[in-house]
Design a binder for this molecule. Structure first.
Ligand code: GBH
Length: 536
C-alpha cells in the first residue's frame, strides 16, 4: 500500500469504504423469479423465533427497490458496496445437480452492472446465512460435510463464472461462528437446532456446532482453491472469508482473567482464523472439546491453510472477560460490560451484547494484524441506538449515539493505520439500511438510513452523513472525480431520495462528447458532485 506517500491524516487513495447488507435481511420477494426457499423463510415465520413475530417476506423490499438503494449509495458517495447473493435465487434447490436459475442470475448481474456504472465497487458475499432449504432437508445442511462441501463449491463456481468478470472482491462466508453456534448450538438462528428441547425437537449442542464449523471451513477452502486454480488468473480478483469477533479485554489484571480473554479470542476468532491462516485449530479448542472437535486430514489441511487472501473483520464491541462458567461457545469465559469499579464500558446499544468502546476496535486491528499478517478489510461495524424503533422518525434521524460510535471507530481506524502500521484496505458500516435483524425481527435498527416500514421510504440518518463526510475527508479523491461536467438542476429530487431515471440520463447524457476518462465511470464524478452539494 502507498501509506508512505499519503498525508498523515489520510487513508490510501484506493481505500474502499461503503456500507454492507445481506440478501435475506433486505431483499424480500421470496417467490420472485423462481427463487427457492432458504432456511430463514420458514424459521422466521415459526412462532417465537423473531422478537416481533415478523418474517423476511418484505424486509426492505430491496429486490424491487434496488434503484432507490443505488441512489442512496450514490448520495453517500461510497466507493464500494458489500452485499450478499441468495444461493436459492441462483440455484433454487441448492445442489450441484440441480438447475441453475437464469432469472435469479440476471437480477444480480444487472445489479452489479448498475453499481459499476456508478463507479461503485461490488464486494460480494457468497453466503450470509440463507442456506437453500432443500439442502437442509436432504442432509441437514452444514452437518452433511461431504455433500455440502461439493454443493457449496459448485454454487461458488456458478457465481465466479457468471459474475467474476465484474466482481473482483469475494467473500466466501459471513461469520462462521454465527452459522455454527447460533444455528446449531444456541438454536436462535435458522435452522434452529439445539439440545434445548424447549427450543428444538432435534439437535445436539455439544457436538453439532463444531461439526458445522468444520464443514464451513472446508467449503470455504474448496471454493477458494477453485477460484485460484480456475478463475483468479483470468479474472484477477481477491477472495477471502469474513469472521465475526469482538475485542476481548481481561476484566482485571489477574492471570486467570488475562488468560480468559485469550480463550475468548481463541473460540470467537481462532476457531476459524487459526486453521485458515496458520494451519491448525487453537490448542485451547482441543483442550476444551477433546474428541468433539473434528480433525482435518493432512489433505484437507493443505486446502485450508492459506485459503484467504485477506482478513475480513466484522466487529461491533468489546467484552470484559472473566474466567469461569461453562459456556463453551464463549470459551468458558464470562462476558460483562461492567468494570470492577461498577462503571459501564460504554454506551449501551439496543441489543444487550453491544456497547460503544472505540479503543477496542484499534486493539483488535492490531491483534489480528500481528497474529495473521494479512491485509484487513473491515467488512462490518455498526451500532443499534437504544429504543430507536419507538422514536418518531425525526428523532431517530438524529442518531447521536451511533454518530458517537462511528466517530470513535473512525479515529481508531486512522490511528491503527497511521500510527500502528496496520494494513487496512477497506471499511463497511453495518448497515446501509435498517433491515431484518434476524431473531430481533425489525425491532433493532442498525441502519445509517432509516426505513419507514409502512411506506418503505428511506431517510439518511446523521450517522450516514457523518461517515460520508469523514471518508470524503480522509480518502484522497482522484482529481478527475471532483469536478462535475455540468451543473445539475434536480438536486431537490436527489436529496429526497430519488429519481434514478433522471440521474442516469443526466449522467450518461453527454456520452458521445465525454472524454475517455470520464466515460469510464460517469457516476463517480456525479457521486462526488451530489455529495458535495448535499454537504455530506
Ligand atoms: C452481524 O453479526 C451480522 O453479520 C449481520 O447480519 C447482523 O445484522 C449484524 O451483525 C447486527 O447484529 O448473545 O450468543 O446470541 C454480528 C455478530 C455475533 C453479534 C453474535 C451478536 C450475539 C451472541 N454477532 N452476537 S449471543
Amino acid at each position: 500500500m502507498t501509506t508512505s506517500t499519503t498525508p498523515s491524516n489520510k487513508l490510501p487513495a484506493d481505500f474502499l469504504w461503503g456500507f454492507a447488507t445481506a440478501s435475506f435481511q433486505i431483499e424480500g420477494s421470496p417467490n420472485a423469479d423462481g427463487r427457492g426457499k432458504s432456511i430463514w423463510d420458514d424459521f422466521s415465520k415459526a412462532p417465537g423465533k423473531t422478537l416481533d413475530g415478523r418474517d423476511g417476506d418484505v424486509a426492505t423490499d430491496s429486490y424491487n427497490r434496488w434503484q432507490e438503494d443505488l441512489d442512496l449509495l450514490v448520495q453517500y458517495g461510497v466507493k464500494s458496496y458489500r452485499f450478499s447473493l441468495a444461493w436459492s435465487r441462483i440455484i433454487p434447490l441448492g445442489g450441484r445437480n440441480d438447475p441453475v436459475n437464469e432469472a435469479g442470475i440476471k437480477w444480480y448481474s444487472d445489479f452489479i452492472d448498475a453499481l459499476l456504472e456508478r463507479g461503485i465497487t461490488p464486494f460480494v458475499t457468497l453466503y450470509h446465512w440463507d442456506l437453500p432449504q432443500a439442502l437442509h432437508e436432504r442432509y441437514l445442511g452444514w452437518l452433511g460435510k461431504d455433500e455440502i462441501v461439493q454443493d457449496y463449491a459448485h454454487y461458488a463456481r456458478v457465481c465466479f463464472e457468471r459474475f467474476g468478470d465484474r466482481v473482483k472482491h469475494w467473500l466466501t462466508m459471513n461469520e462462521p461462528w454465527c452459522i455454527s453456534i447460533l444455528g446449531y448450538g444456541r438454536g436462535v438462528f435458522a435452522p434452529g437446532r439445539s439440545s434445548d428441547r424447549m427450543r428444538s425437537t432435534e439437535g445436539d449442542s455439544s457436538t453439532e456446532p463444531w461439526i458445522a464449523g468444520h464443514s464451513v471451513i472446508l467449503s470455504h477452502a474448496h471454493a477458494v482453491k477453485l477460484y485460484r486454480e480456475e478463475f483468479k488468473q483470468k479474472q484477477g480478483g481477491q477472495i477471502g472469508i469474513t469472521l465475526n469477533g469482538d475485542w476481548a479485554m481481561p476484566y482485571d489484571d489477574s492471570p486467570q482473567n488475562i488468560e480468559a480473554a485469550q480463550h475468548a479470542l481463541d473460540v470467537a476468532i481462532g476457531w476459524f482464523a487459526d486453521p485458515i491462516y496458520l494451519g491448525h485449530y487453537p490448542a485451547y479448542m482441543k483442550e476444551m472439546l477433546g474428541n468433539r472437535l473434528p480433525e482435518f486430514t493432512p489433505e484437507e489441511l493443505a486446502v485450508v491453510k492459506g485459503s484467504s487472501d485477506f482478513y475480513g473483520m466484522n466487529t461491533y464491541t468489546t467484552n470484559l472477560c472473566k474466567a469461569g462458567g461453562d459456556d463453551e461457545f464463549q470459551g468458558c469465559v464470562e462476558y460483562t460490560f461492567t468494570r470492577p469499579d461498577g462503571t459501564q464500558l460504554g454506551t449501551q446499544a439496543h441489543c444487550s451484547w453491544l456497547q460503544d468502546y472505540a479503543p477496542g476496535f484499534r486493539d483488535l486491528l492490531n491483534y489480528l494484524y500481528k497474529r495473521y499478517r494479512k491485509p484487513i478489510y473491515v467488512t462490518e461495524n455498526g451500532f443499534a441506538v437504544k429504543d430507536e424503533n419507538t422514536m418518531a422518525i425525526e428523532e431517530a434521524l438524529h442518531d447521536e449515539d451511533r454518530v458517537h460510535y462511528y466517530a470513535g471507530v473512525t479515529d481508531s481506524l486512522l490511528a491503527a493505520v497511521k500510527e500502528d502500521g496496520v494494513d487496512v484496505r477497506g471499511y463497511f458500516g453495518w448497515s446501509l439500511l435498517d433491515n431484518f435483524e434476524w431473531a430481533d425481527g425489525y425491532v433493532t435498527r442498525f441502519g445509517v438510513t432509516y426505513v419507514d416500514y409502512d411506506t418503505q421510504k428511506r431517510y439518511p440518518k446523521d450517522s450516514g452523513k457523518f461517515l460520508s463526510k469523514w471518508f470524503k475527508e480522509h480518502v484522497p479523491q482522484p482529481a478527475a472525480e471532483t469536478k462535475p461536467s455540468s451543473p445539475l438542476q434536480e438536486n431537490g429530487v436527489i436529496v429526497n431520495g430519488v429519481n434514478s431515471k433522471t440521474q442516469r440520463t443526466k449522467a450518461n447524457g453527454p456520452k458521445t462528447a465525454a472524454p475517455k476518462q470520464s466515460r469510464k465511470a460517469p457516476f463517480a464524478r456525479f457521486t462526488a458532485y451530489i455529495s458535495a452539494f448535499l454537504g455530506l
